[in-house]
Each structure stands twice: as structure tokens, then as C-alpha cells.
Design a protein around this ligand. Structure first.
Ligand SMILES: C[S@@+](CC[C@H](N)C(=O)[O-])C[C@H]1O[C@@H](n2cnc3c(N)ncnc32)[C@H](O)[C@@H]1O
Length: 366
């Protein structure tokens, strides 16, 4: 039986995630602030976790009912078919939010739902449980979902070195898609830090599934079928194997860390990292592609003034040496983006990132 599957997305990038989901064969039902709703069953839940580069987490909606007071919540929570999703031998924890509802005390709601699960299904309730139930009470409508991901999906299991201000893998993948990257062109990140854009790009090009090397909460659910999931885990046919994805940084530690991250991700064969300040950046041999960069932010690392010359130098180097390439710049500061002097298209919507709002500024072919 099909149900709603909610993909959590960074606010501002919902449409890009919906595009990815459609392209990968999911039935997109609608967009909401902070996510995308699909329709599907457990196989789609597994596949969404394993195959979507851009989703932050995947929630399976297992029940929905009205509750105007706690006794009603208690009664209706006991009627939920918990056994269809949860296992009695696997501990569970519950988290609740409430908004515009008569039940306004989230903790009391959590307590009722936990008690219902414990008494009706027999599962233990524990703070460190591998499975989490998310209850949302909005306008007296209670929506019960299972978090099928566990750890946030940006944790692919490869990036042990994170550097100073890493971008999340999920967000990097969505920005790459927003910049028109499909895996069929080379990529250069001249300030690569931990190598996120380069590694994500290489994985997309090689058809490697983002969830191939990690564990998921869905493995602890009643619906889990290890054989079915093993098949899903197989790599897709690569889009390309003869393109290269390059990362440069002036910081030797970043280059070493990015190289190690790429090796752990299994993409060393198509990636190359080298220590180089921006001034020494050279266009790689071969066809033009995409320069994707996330330079130091205004107001986060260092202050803004020296950044004007850095962004200016970036624009100059790209205009002089990267004819025919497109550029994508992720930054929180439109003034700095403008200081590149590049012919920027209207930017994408603001996206929350570690306390900042960043946007993708991109160009057509230079
Ligand atoms: C915001 S971080 C990039 C983070 C990266 N996207 C990641 O996911 O890890 C900016 C990077 O720019 C590098 N950088 C700053 N000035 C540079 C320059 N002049 N030439 C090359 N790299 C530079 C820093 O060393 C830092 O790693």
C-alpha cells in the first residue's frame, strides 16, 4: 500500500530536490517549505535513502488523525498499526512538535505516543533508540512519521576530514544540479576545502549511489527486506569514466584531507587534488565544464574587506583562463559575488547554511 514519503530538503532547494526525485523515477506529489512529498511504498523509501543525492532525510508517514486533547491522542495513538512499521524488539524514541493546536505541550504528546507504542507493540522506549518517530501536531491534525534515515543523509560515510567551513554533501549535490551539472562535463573547484563539490560531482558522473556505504534507520524496521535493498545498492551505469574532477586549495591540509576523502569515497580514479593558490589556477586540458566554488564567506571566516580582492581575483582568473566554462559560486554575500565582475545570471533563492543564508550565483558559458 502506498503512503506519503516526505523528503526533507534545505529550505530554498525544494524544487531542485523535486527535480532529482522525478528524474530518478519517484512520484512527486507536492512541494512544501522544507521538503518534497512523494507517494510510494517501502521500496521507494529504501531507494530514496540510497539514491537521492539531495535529500537530508526520508520520513515515512504511517498515520494521520485529529486529536483535540491528550486523552484523544492517547486513544488514537493506540489504534495506529505500529507493527506495520516497527519491530517489538527494536527500541524507539518519539519527538513531537505542536503548532496552532489545542494540544500545545509537546512533551505530554511525546509521553502519550511513547506509552501507546510501548503498551500496544511492546517496543522499549530509549533515548538512544535507532528508530525515531516524528509526530507533528498542526491545527489539531496529528501526523505520525518514521524517520527512515537515522543519521542525516549528508553523512555519506566518507568525509572524515571536514576542513574549516564544509558544505554539506546533500546541499552541494543540489547546488551542482542547480548549476546544470549532470555528470557529463569536467569540474574544477579552485577553493575545494574538504573536496565536497569535487567528490559529489565524481560520484554523480560514476553513477555511484550516495547511500552505498552507510547504515540507515530503515534497516531496523519491520518492513525491511535485506535482499531487495542489496539489489538497490548496486551502482548505476556510469555517465562517464573519462572526465576528471579537480580540486585546488591554497591550504595543504585541505588538499591532503580532500584526497583522503576522495579515496574513501572510491573516486580517486577520476579526481585530482593539488595545492595551488588561486593566482596559479590553470584550466585543465580537455573540454570545458563547470567551475563550482564556495569561497570564504563574508562575516564568517575573516572579515569582508580582503574578501573583495579575493572575489575580484577569482573573477579575473576565471575570465582570463576559463573561456567556454560555466561558473557557479555559492556565497552568502551578493556584493562579493558581484565583485567577481563575472556576468552573473539572477541568483537562486536563499538557502540556510550553518547560520548563514547562501545563494548560488552562476554564469552561462564564459
Ligand atoms: C568555505 S571553504 C570551502 C569549503 C568546501 N566547499 C568544502 O566543502 O569543504 C573556502 C576554502 O577556500 C580556500 N582559500 C581561501 N583563499 C584561497 C586562495 N587564495 N586560493 C586557494 N584557496 C583559497 C580556503 O583554504 C578554504 O579551504
Amino acid at each position: 500500500m502506498d503512503f506519503d514519503i516526505f523528503l526533507v530538503a534545505p529550505p530554498g532547494l525544494e524544487t531542485i530536490l523535486a527535480d532529482e526525485a522525478r528524474e530518478k523515477g519517484f512520484a512527486v506529489k507536492g512541494l512544501n517549505p522544507g521538503g518534497v512529498t512523494l507517494t510510494g511504498g517501502w521500496p521507494e523509501v529504501w531507494r530514496a535513502n540510497i539514491e537521492l543525492n539531495g535529500a537530508t532525510r526520508v520520513l515515512a508517514r504511517i498515520a494521520e488523525f485529529r486529536a483535540f486533547h491528550l486523552a484523544q491522542l492517547d486513544k488514537r495513538a493506540r489504534k495506529v498499526d505500529w507493527a506495520a512499521a516497527l519491530r517489538p524488539d527494536v527500541p524507539v524514541r518519539v519527538e513531537a512538535t505542536t503548532k496552532h493546536s489545542k494540544i500545545y505541550h509537546a512533551k505530554a504528546a511525546v509521553q502519550r505516543i511513547e506509552r501507546a507504542i510501548h503498551e500496544e507493540l511492546g517496543a522499549a522506549i530509549s533515548k538512544d533508540a535507532p528508530v525515531q518517530i516524528k509526530a507533528r501536531i498542526d491545527d489539531n491534525l496529528v501526523t505520525i512519521s518514521v524517520d527512515t534515515s537515522g543519521e542525516s543523509l549528508h553523512k555519506r560515510g566518507h568525509k572524515l576530514f571536514t576542513g574549516k567551513a564544509p558544505i554539506r554533501e546533500t546541499m552541494a549535490a543540489l547546488f551542482l544540479r542547480q548549476a546544470g551539472f549532470t555528470g557529463a562535463e569536467p569540474l574544477v573547484d579552485p577553493m575545494c576545502g574538504s573536496g565536497t563539490f569535487v567528490i559529489e560531482a565524481a560520484e554523480i558522473a560514476l553513477g555511484l549511489k550516495p547511500g552505498r556505504d552507510r547504515a540507515f534507520a530503515f534497516e531496523h524496521l519491520a518492513s525491511h527486506d535485506p535482499d531487495a535493498v542489496a539489489v538497490r545498492n548496486k551502482a548505476e551505469a556510469p555517465i562517464t569514466t573519462n572526465l576528471r574532477f579537480y580540486g585546488f586549495d591554497r591550504d595543504a591540509g585541505a588538499v591532503k584531507g580532500a584526497t583522503e576523502n576522495a579515496a574513501r569515497a572510491g573516486v580517486s580514479g577520476v579526481t585530482a587534488f593539488a595545492r595551488a593558490p588561486l593566482s596559479e589556477l590553470q584550466r585543465p586540458e580537455g573540454p570545458p565544464g563547470l567551475v563550482m566554488v564556495n569561497p570564504p564567506y563574508g562575516g564568517r571566516i575573516g572579515d569582508r574587506k580582503p574578501l573583495f580582492s579575493l572575489y575580484g581575483a577569482l573573477g579575473q582568473v576565471l575570465r582570463d583562463r576559463f573561456k567556454g566554462w560555466r561558473v557557479g559560486i555559492v556565497t552568502n554575500d551578493g556584493g562579493l559575488a558581484k565583485a567577481t565582475g563575472l556576468p552573473l545570471l539572477p541568483p537562486g533563492p536563499p538557502v540556510a547554511h550553518g547560520g548563514l543564508k547562501v545563494k548560488l550565483y552562476r554564469t552561462g558559458s564564459l
